[in-house]
Design a protein around this ligand. Structure first.
Ligand SMILES: Nc1ncnc2c1ncn2[C@@H]1O[C@H](COP(=O)(O)OP(=O)(O)O)[C@@H](O)[C@H]1O
Ligand SMILES: [Mg+2]
Length: 267
């Protein structure tokens, strides 16, 4: 239950002395109640996000009409920009609520290099365009021999997300480290870490940046565009895979964000 598994356990209600069975029954009732509460929350979140799309689309259309009459004036451009932001937030909210219904998540077994092959290519390309030095250090001998059981596309987008943040908030350099580590439970884990030499963050922000809509210093980040949902999505995806993600200071002077994912264990 503590890990978010609210399945009813019939053993609890049917075994042992009658006092314990009674407790077991109550416990199961409680689990069902919590489970319903949470699914209602998710449904609410996804219907709200969905409903917001309609007026936003109309707003977009009318703004286009206004622009037609007034030409490319500054306030209209502002309105369009804010509409785009809102549109992005809603899309990301929808994604989050969809992710939270974990039962719908498709899982597969895949070799870990599939997680980064394309992502790194894209990152190198973007870095080059923007004159950012991007070093990559992969110290895993045969990555194709290590497997992860999970949702490849969600995990890939999580990794892409932290790399894109680094590219967005860095000055001119990012550093990508991929290796294997043991986690606290002594399981073998894949670790993907992105360092940058941007402004970094004060330690009290390290946890907060994973909260929904949280953006450090709105005036500073507003120019870079974004919704503050990227890292929330990363956090959810990584958690779903029993992994961890955290931020800390980087030796390069900016921020370092690490994603840790348990490897698939052969039995
Ligand atoms: N590499 C980084 N360096 C400095 N700040 C960062 C970095 N990555 C994330 N942040 C901070 O965390 C906030 C939340 O990140 P995120 O959820 O990806 O939202 P977004 O990128 O859309 O603003 C960002 O607005 C930024 O303030
Ligand atoms: Mg982001």
């Amino acid at each position: 239950v503590a890990l978010g598994n609210f399945k009813v356990d019939n053993e609890l209600a049917n075994h042992g002395p009658s006092e314990l069975r009674e407790v077991g029954q109550s416990f199961n009732k409680m689990s069902i109640a919590i489970d319903n509460l949470i699914s209602n929350q998710h449904n609410l979140l996804s219907s709200i996000s969905h409903e917001l799309k309609t007026p936003l689309t109309r707003l977009q259309l009318s703004t286009a009409l206004v622009r037609h009459q007034t030409g490319d004036i500054e306030p209209v451009k502002r309105i369009e920009k804010e509409i785009q932001r809102m549109d992005k937030m809603i899309s990301e909210l929808l994604l989050i609520s969809r992710q939270q219904m974990h039962s719908q998540m498709e899982h597969n077994l895949f070799p870990i290099n599939q997680l980064w092959d394309d992502v790194i290519k894209d990152a190198l390309f973007e870095a080059e365009q923007r004159k950012i030095t991007c070093d990559v250090n992969i110290s895993i001998l045969h990555p194709e021999k290590h497997m992860i059981y999970g949702n490849l596309s969600l995990l890939t987008s999580a990794i892409e997300n932290i790399i894109r943040n680094a590219l967005k908030y860095t000055k001119d350099r990012i550093f990508l480290t991929i290796d294997l580590h043991k986690n606290e439970q002594d399981d073998n884990c894949l670790q993907i870490r992105v360092d940058d030499n941007g402004l970094g963050l004060p330690p009290e922000e390290f946890d907060k940046i994973f909260k929904p809509f949280y953006r450090v210093d709105e005036t500073r980040t507003r120019a870079t565009g974004g919704t503050g949902l990227g890292l929330t999505i990363v956090y959810n995806v990584v958690n779903e895979h029993n992994g961890k993600v955290w931020a800390e200071s980087s030796n390069l002077g900016g921020l370092a964000v690490t994603i840790q994912l348990p490897l698939w264990k052969q039995h």
